[in-house]
Design a protein around this ligand. Structure first.
Ligand code: AMP
Length: 403
């Protein structure tokens, strides 16, 4: 067996069925995992390293255990699922092995080629505010590793021991998944083909201010939907009824619209919206022009005329970046706008990037496979921070990509 060893940080923070009950061993079964997409996304890197003769130890977290062990947040079901997907037994390594004086994580592999360490956030040093404590854990983790691979895009914006500190201790590379994410974002941030259309939606303007500021330098067109559109409409003096408006950001909205005009970026706001009394009260939902929103209702989706206009801009784009749903897509009566935009992005022949989190969930809910897009990001927070123009701590020390 080879003695080359790679420690790999992955994102296995998968959704689990809260109602599932533990087996006789006290752990949840692998069937409690409701979406194993993140485990599957890590397979190419794991297989590549194994094929190249590396012994592989994976480090990951689940949930926010705040430094305390709990069987409901154990990675045991994930180890079982991974073993099924790889078609080979893998070692499940307890956290006590990190400190064990008789050897490293790799010595716990036994005959297995791949091992998964228990939820690293059970160790409070992982997310500690103290640089020293994080470095201390990173040193213990990396003992006997020849190489560190960062392949969990969902955590690259986190300053945590197994993401950031570890990369300063041994040669560090981006895994295949992180490399693909970096390359897609590099293209839209640094060399987008024009026309370049940016589509933004979601709950709050305040979450997207920095994204708008950053992308106004390169985008040609900005399409704004979701709840955030109502702050822009209100800033233009329209009555938007009970729609969500961030009153403390009305001035920012005005300022961003002025900045867009100055930079000659075309901004499209909704011309019509679907209204109802509340997100949970879809009966009686209907669409109205944005100039006709009755005082007692709220806008919960973009309307059909707006979908047409947005879709037309998107289909003719050479680059599209989309972050944030156009409405409350979780409720069918308010999903048409988001699904219409998703279809247009899927139909676009240009380079198309879907932000992670809600936007990726929305395209899947629209029934569109990931291969209809150039790239569907696996990280919500990380993709947003890249679009804001930030340098992410996990990526700063990666000098190379796994090839
Ligand atoms: P974000 O996390 O910022 O991407 O926001 C996503 C959430 O915004 C989703 O859960 C949507 O249901 C919600 N959302 C989108 N449009 C609206 C709207 N018009 N009113 C209320 N919530 C909305």
């Amino acid at each position: 067996m080879s003695n080359k060893s790679a420690l790999v940080r992955v994102d296995f923070n998968v959704p689990m069925d809260n109602g599932a009950s533990a087996g006789s061993d006290g752990y949840l079964p692998a069937s409690a995992i409701t979406d194993d997409g993140r485990i599957r996304a890590a397979l190419p890197t794991i297989k590549k390293l194994s094929d190249d003769g590396f012994r592989v130890v994976l480090v990951a977290h689940l949930g926010r255990p705040k430094g305390e062990s709990s069987s409901s947040l154990s990675l045991k079901p994930i180890a079982d699922r991974l073993s099924e997907l790889l078609g080979e037994s893998i070692a499940f390594i307890p956290l006590t092995q990190i400190k064990a004086s008789n050897g490293s994580l790799f010595s716990a592999l036994g005959n297995a080629r791949v091992g998964l360490v228990e939820n690293i956030r059970f160790d409070s040093r992982e997310t500690s505010k103290s640089d020293e404590e994080r470095l201390d854990l990173a040193k213990e983790l990396v003992r006997d590793a020849d190489m560190f691979i960062l392949d969990g895009f969902g955590v690259v914006h986190r300053k945590q021991a197994s993401v950031t500190e570890i990369a300063s201790l041994v040669p560090a590379k981006a895994g295949l998944l992180v490399a693909k994410e970096m390359s897609a974002f590099d293209q839209v941030l640094n060399s987008p083909a024009h026309p370049y259309v940016v589509v933004l939606g979601g709950a709050k303007v305040s979450d997207k201010i920095q994204v708008i500021r950053n992308l106004l330098d390169s985008a040609d067109t900005l399409l704004i939907g979701g709840a955030m559109a109502f702050t822009f409409l209100a800033a233009q003096g329209l009555e938007v009824g009970k729609s969500l408006v961030e009153h403390d950001h009305l001035e920012t909205a005005k300022e961003l619209l002025a900045l867009a005009e100055q930079k000659r970026v075309k901004v499209f706001l909704p011309s019509d919206v679907v209204v109802a009394t509340a997100p949970g009260a879809p009966d009686g939902a209907h669409h109205v022009a944005v100039t006709q929103i009755p005082p007692q209702v709220m806008g919960l989706d973009i309307g059909p005329a707006t979908v047409e206009v947005f879709a037309d801009q998107i289909r003719n784009a050479s680059t599209v970046v989309w972050n944030g749903p156009m409405g409350v897509f979780e409720v069918p009566a308010f999903a048409k706008g988001t699904f219409g935009v998703a279809q247009a992005v899927a139909d676009c022949k240009g380079f198309t990037v879907i932000g992670g989190g809600d936007t990726a969930a929305a395209v899947r809910a629209a029934g569109l496979d990931d291969d209809r897009f150039s790239h569907v990001s696996t990280g919500g927070g990380a993709s947003l921070e890249l679009l804001e123009g930030k340098t992410l701590p996990g990526l700063a020390n990666l000098k190379e990509h796994l090839t």
